[in-house]
Design a binder for this molecule. Structure first.
Ligand code: NAI
Length: 475
């Protein structure tokens, strides 16, 4: 078996944590039980690009339990938990000497070249075969296949421009090396039945590609299942934003001024958590609806420029770019903490920061850097501007990820087994499946659901067994 992880000897530790996580992931374990006999993913060759954590290990082993062959990478250079990666490679029945699990190409602290090399490895099946499904988080695997196929069809890869980001140079180098190689990328694109996408940012990319007529295969937008974005993005970040801050800095949050940029699902979770720790939270928004929500939730809403010099902690949650610029950072208080929890690192202008005259970077520990300005004052930047909850801590806890990943499993089954029902386009899962995911998580929390009477159901115009809301209901 081919694989590349940091240290296989961590597998036992990883296995112990996987065992504990399984108990906290009732949705995934219910999927294993429901589909043990029918094996709906038999024949599926799933390439996964999603943070290689303990929770993801339970997802991977669920896909395998449903019959799939799987190859995996992390979707971020800092987010891999090396013990989880090792345990997945060894597998529940293998040993370090004789691994019997799933090929994983991921370790904490990859370079950009290594990151894209790993993505290429996971998209390459042994014997020259191609995957037929992608499970993506942020859309990097989907992007690589689309760019490769586009350039292969055009017969050449354009050179990267001098001003292109470093990441783009790396992708262009990889494609220059591989495009045209035995129809490498067009072959993969043709064999993919569909992709299921985990996050807001990846979903934006998919809708854009579809709008521009570039999408090559159908996609299920897992993010916009209610049991994903209204839970993982909100309650997951409510937990892991504090974990990231604590593990990175251990600074007391109570009494501090914290600025949360963006009041979408992630922003709502972060603002709530910071307030819970006793911080005075200030929100920035561009959308009047979200700004009004933040105001009515009791937060001051203003522009970053107004408060950049008085805040102690900054968290960007927008999925947009250039939210905190180098000029903003130069105006911040001494030892202000700057962090991003959105999917990509471009929310904070790290390249601009590095170019400021006289700036010096002091590494404090992995994923924590002090940047000292020419005038002697400094700021603390977490995870080099990459998502701090996975860079500095261990991401969301198992229970909330069970909701997200049960949606992923259902979406993989939908696209793989009902391919003809999904012409190229971007879909969300039907409401009854969303409700099913929630239902699978109630018992573990001791929730007792009230049952509608027939008369009540007909009075509000629904079936006794659901769905209970129309598609436009917003929760
Ligand atoms: P969302 O679309 O619900 O919220 C983003 C908010 O930012 C919107 O309300 C938008 O109006 C606002 N915004 C956009 N530009 C802004 C600007 N210049 N200044 C202030 N506000 C601005 O998206 P969601 O679901 O909250 O996701 C946000 C990001 O977090 C995405 O990149 C997503 O992929 C990522 N994400 C990260 C997770 C993690 O564990 N780190 C988990 C889930 C999502």
């Amino acid at each position: 078996m081919d694989f590349k992880v940091a240290d296989l000897s961590l597998a036992d530790f990883g296995r112990k944590e996987i065992r504990l996580a399984e108990h906290e992931m009732p949705g995934l374990m219910a999927m294993r039980k429901e589909y043990a006999a029918s094996q709906p993913l038999r024949g599926a060759k799933i390439m996964g690009s999603l943070h290689m954590t303990i929770q993801t290990a339970v997802l991977i082993e669920t896909l395998v339990a449903l019959g799939a062959e799987v190859r995996w990478v992390s979707c971020n250079i800092f987010s891999t938990q090396d013990h989880a990666a090792a345990a997945v490679v060894v597998g529940p029945h293998g040993t370090q000497e004789d691994p019997k699990g799933v090929p994983v190409f991921a370790w904490k602290g990859e370079t950009l070249e290594e990151y894209w090399w790993c993505t290429e490895q996971a998209l390459t099946w042994p014997g020259g075969d191609a995957p037929n499904m992608i499970l993506d988080d942020g859309g990097d695997a989907t992007l690589l296949v689309h760019k490769g196929a586009e350039y292969e069809k055009a017969g050449a890869v354009p050179p990267a421009g001098a001003d292109d980001p470093e990441e783009w140079h790396v992708i262009i180098d990889l494609l220059t090396r591989t495009v045209g190689e035995d129809k490498r990328w067009t072959g993969i694109a043709e064999s993919i039945k569909g992709v299921t996408e985990e996050t807001t940012t990846g979903v934006h990319r998919l809708y854009e590609m579809h709008k521009n007529g570039q999408l090559l295969f159908p996609a299920i937008n897992v993010n916009d299942s209610v049991t994903k974005s209204k839970f993982d993005n909100k309650y997951g970040c409510r937990h892991s934003v504090i974990d990231g801050l604590n593990r990175a800095t251990d600074v007391l949050i109570g009494g501090k001024v914290a600025v949360v940029c963006g009041y979408g699902d992630v922003g709502k979770g972060c603002a709530d958590a910071l307030r819970g720790q006793g911080a005075r939270v200030i929100v920035t928004e561009i959308d009047p609806i979200c700004a009004l929500q933040a105001a009515m939730d009791g937060f001051q809403v203003t522009t970053l420029e107004e408060v950049v010099g008085i805040a102690d902690i900054f968290v960007t949650t927008t999925g947009n770019f250039n939210i905190i610029t180098a000029a903003h950072m130069a105006q911040m208080k001494h030892q202000a903490i700057v962090s991003n929890i959105g999917h990509f690192d471009n929310e904070i202008d790290m390249a601009g920061l590095a170019k400021l005259p006289g700036i010096v970077k002091n590494n404090i520990k992995p994923q924590v850097d002090e940047w000292v300005f020419a005038d002697g004052h400094s700021i603390i930047v977490l995870a080099e501007g990459r998502l701090m909850n996975l860079g500095c801590a261990t991401g969301h806890p198992s229970f909330v990820m069970s909701n997200s990943f049960t949606n992923q499993v259902i979406a993989q089954i939908e696209l793989f087994t009902k391919t003809a029902e999904y012409p190229t386009g971007v879909y969300t899962l039907p409401k009854h499946l969303d409700e099913k995911v929630a239902r699978l998580h109630l018992d573990a929390l001791g929730v007792k659901l009230t049952e509608l009477t027939k008369e009540q159901a007909s009075y509000i115009g629904v079936h006794v067994e659901g769905p209970y809301k129309s598609d436009h209901y917003r929760y």
